[in-house]
Design a protein around this ligand. Structure first.
Ligand code: 2PG
Ligand code: MG
Length: 447
């Protein structure tokens, strides 16, 4: 055994919304501690792993995570001290078994994920390798390359195509708009750093466009996107298209549009409540008609959660109608869960999956979902949560696994920039060991 775990410690720290979260430190014999912090969602799916919070305690409105911290320092520490931090799969297996519940509700997915990731960092520290290299080793060990069949994806380390929030609505910006994220994908850029420069330029131009047209163009939502009060979701799309043009870029060819509809959060009694579109709630079919119309009118290349987490029939319909033209991402639908993704694949639903480690709770399970997606030709999009910290795990993870796309919110607020800046560092330091496919991963959609 090379990296024997000697110490496991946790503390309560705070995320980008000022909510308590778990930080875990795992130390191997003779090495510096490996540390990870856990993010937290607002528009969470019902099938996600459970974040343990001190609900019965009036301190911090019941949002404290002292019990999760205690679980790490006691039960979890006893279970993994003495084990080999280099054997990530075994550590994660023990954590899952120790918790013993389907959604990690006993010890808390926050306690478990914090530990799982800190073990990866501890192993990196013990062996003197960088996190991205450690994640790559784990990916290779857990996944193995031999059987991976998907042409370009999953073969090597890749800098991701960023999918970046410009305007925020839904639960991330006081429900000023019904849809949650109006994003851009710089599909025409030929490197990560060029893609990022384009994004920053569009973002800044959008601020100006908003102000010129009498809207809020300074204050931002939870993920750093502007949070203007607009009449309709379409107006937000039009403003983003205008900003792309003002930036001297071509909407569609250079920079395409993505939407996170986050429709689970306005789905009631089998209908979609969209007062800005219609006074009576929409059926799934009407929702699909609406989105299909927008795909025809605007350069939309990606739709996340266009239908709700329970609406398998609606999802099937949109996949039949748009699945060859648009990336259809399951977030609340799949919750990074192998079983739910497998069900989706069997039912012919969606063609892409959002990968959020805290939806499932261990590194091994996150990679298993990623693997299943790649093997079945589903585009994986590694994603942050709306509540984030300075932890940069997902930046290293998306590169290490060659997943190809990353969603981190906007280009304001340092919990977001921590990830984007880490990617700039990786682009510089990994040089020829890392590739960039950018928008060419969508060849089949764009031809
Ligand atoms: C989402 C995420 C990130 P949250 O819905 O995709 O944008 O939001 O973390 O609130 O679930
Ligand atoms: Mg989402």
């Amino acid at each position: 055994m090379t990296s024997r775990i000697e110490r496991v410690h946790a503390r309560e720290v705070f995320d980008s919304r000022g909510k308590p979260t778990v930080e875990v430190e795992v130390t191997c014999a003779g090495a510096r501690p490996g540390r990870a912090m856990v993010p937290s969602g607002a528009s969470t799916g019902r099938f996600e792993a459970v974040e343990l919070r001190d609900r019965s305690d009036s301190r911090l409105d019941g949002l404290g995570v002292r019990q999760a911290v205690r679980n790490v320092c006691t039960e979890i520490a006893s279970a993994i001290i003495g084990l080999d931090a280099d054997d990530q799969a075994e550590i994660d297996r023990r954590l899952i078994e120790l918790d013993g519940t389907p959604q990690k509700s006993r010890l808390g997915a926050n306690a478990i994920l914090g530990t799982s990731l800190a073990v990866a960092y501890a192993s990196a520290e013990a062996r003197g390798v960088s996190p991205v290299i450690r994640f790559r080793e784990i990916w290779d060990a857990i996944v193995g390359h031999v059987e991976i069949v998907l042409d370009k994806l999953g073969m090597r380390m890749l800098l991701p195509l960023p999918m970046v929030n410009m305007i925020s609505g839904g639960l991330h910006a006081g429900r000023q708009l019904e849809f949650q994220d109006f994003l851009i994908l710089p599909v025409g850029a030929t490197s990560y750093s060029q893609a990022f420069e384009w994004i920053v330029t569009v973002y800044r131009r959008l601020g100006r466009v908003l102000i010129e047209r009498g809207h809020e163009g300074i204050l931002v939502g939870d993920e750093g996107g502007y949070g203007p009060k607009l009449r309709t979701n379409e107006e937000a799309i039009e403003l983003v298209v205008a900003a792309i043009e003002v930036a001297g870029l071509n909407p569609g060819d250079d920079v395409a549009i993505g939407l996170d509809v986050a429709s689970t959060h306005f789905f009631e009694d089998g209908r979609y409540r969209l007062p800005s579109v219609s006074s009576s709630p929409l059926t799934a079919e009407q929702m699909v008609d609406l989105l299909e119309g927008w795909v025809a009118r605007y350069p939309i290349i990606s739709l996340e959660d266009p239908l709700a987490e329970d609406d398998w029939t609606g999802w099937r319909l949109i996949t039949e109608r748009l699945g060859k033209r648009v990336q259809l991402i399951g977030d609340d639908l799949f919750v990074t869960n192998v079983a739910r993704l497998r069900e989706g694949i069997e039912r012919g639903v969606a063609n892409s999956v959002l990968i959020k480690p805290n939806q499932i709770g261990t590194l091994t399970e996150t990679l298993a979902t990623l693997r299943l997606a790649i093997d079945n030709g589903y585009w994986p999009v590694v994603s942050a949560r709306s509540g984030e910290t300075e932890d940069t795990t997902i930046a290293d993870l998306v590169v290490a696994t060659g997943a190809g796309q990353l969603k981190v919110g906007s280009v304001a607020r340092s919990e977001r920039l921590a990830k984007y800046n880490q990617l700039l560092r990786l682009e510089e330091t990994l040089r020829t060991d890392v590739g960039y496919l950018g928008g060419s991963i969508f060849e089949s959609l764009r031809s």
